[in-house]
Design a protein around this ligand. Sequence first.
Ligand SMILES: Nc1ncnc2c1ncn2[C@@H]1O[C@H](COP(=O)(O)OP(=O)(O)OP(=O)(O)O)[C@@H](O)[C@H]1O
Ligand SMILES: [Mg+2]
Length: 374
Amino acid sequence: MEVFHYPRPDLAASIAKQLTPDPIFGALSGLYLAAPRRTGKSTFLRRDLVPAILEADKFPIVVDLWEDRSRDPSDILRRRIGQALEDLRSTPEKALDRSRLRRISALGFSVGIADLDPFSGTIPEGLERIGAAVAQDIVLIVDEAQQALVSEGGMDAMFALKAARDAMNQRQEGSRLFLIMTGSHRSKLAELVLGAKAPFYGGSVQDFPVLDEDFVRALIKQVGSARNVEISPKDGAEAFEILMFRPEAFMKALRDEIFEAALSGEKINLTRRARTVRDAIWGDLDAELDGLSKVQRALFEALLEGGEGFSPFSEQTLKEVTHRSGVDGVTKSTVQKAMKALVDKELVWQPGSGRYAIDNQDMLDMHRRMKPRT
Ligand SMILES: Nc1ncnc2c1ncn2[C@@H]1O[C@H](COP(=O)(O)OP(=O)(O)OP(=O)(O)O)[C@@H](O)[C@H]1O
Ligand SMILES: [Mg+2]
């Protein structure tokens, strides 16, 4: 059976429309879109946005910085550029019609990074050459762009993209370059645009819309008619919200509930099932905190509560950690050690010196949603 896919052409068209040099309505400086894990970002890029960009007579290149996390982001970028140039070189200019461009663009999804040779020139040179070869504007889509923060090479690559964009967009003629960055970690993505030293200073991170009730309606209609069951769209929408707008988790809840209701003869209760699925997800998250010492756990909870302005080594935090952990004599150095352990375990990340944030956004979500119940 074909995997269910709910297309989002309107959203794709509205994003493609923003890629214009118009200084008021356009987004020349780039788009930075964030949405939580597993909510359908990459699927949207591949299935909806790339076709919409081709339709607008622009040439899309998609680079996924999570494709191989052992590689430096700049290496991944160079390999994709190298591949696009190679594909274009092997196509005579006359044959570069839309369908050929579509095929070249789609190759980006099927050829593994390891099989490609990196482009040996600079990143701006590579993009410039691609622009000249296709004689169209380029839209470079960087998925999981926040991964650039992990290395100096990654950040250098981002500065190179900025330089390429400025050079290509400030001249009178030739292809322009539009950048679209997506990421599953809002605050990490924000590091690319915040602060005078950030590569895309002046840009702003927007929320990429999660799938909506129409998706739920389309899915339950299809499943309902295939299995001969009726599910109310209202229950469906509520269950989808409980499951943090994740299609996979929602489909699992739907499948399990229909199956078990058929066995037991009971009425379908999708929202109850969604809570069960969510509790299992939360259970896994909570298990990640199992090995923490009392102080580490107390500090982690204080950070969850404290949010943005959390100051880990203040008097007040020391008192709070002492109180929460029940451990006597918590000092600044105890907290420093505990914080280091949390960073090493990748539960906490450090956006800058003295600044700390919860790494896993699902933990924040769990905390926020559980709070009213306690
Ligand atoms: N429009 C859609 N219709 C049906 N299923 C979808 C749709 N979008 C996403 N999905 C399903 O949701 C799951 C997650 O999608 P996807 O990998 O695109 O999300 P993501 O946000 O990029 O996740 P990650 O944070 O892991 O990168 C996949 O199983 C995918 O098939
Ligand atoms: Mg993805």
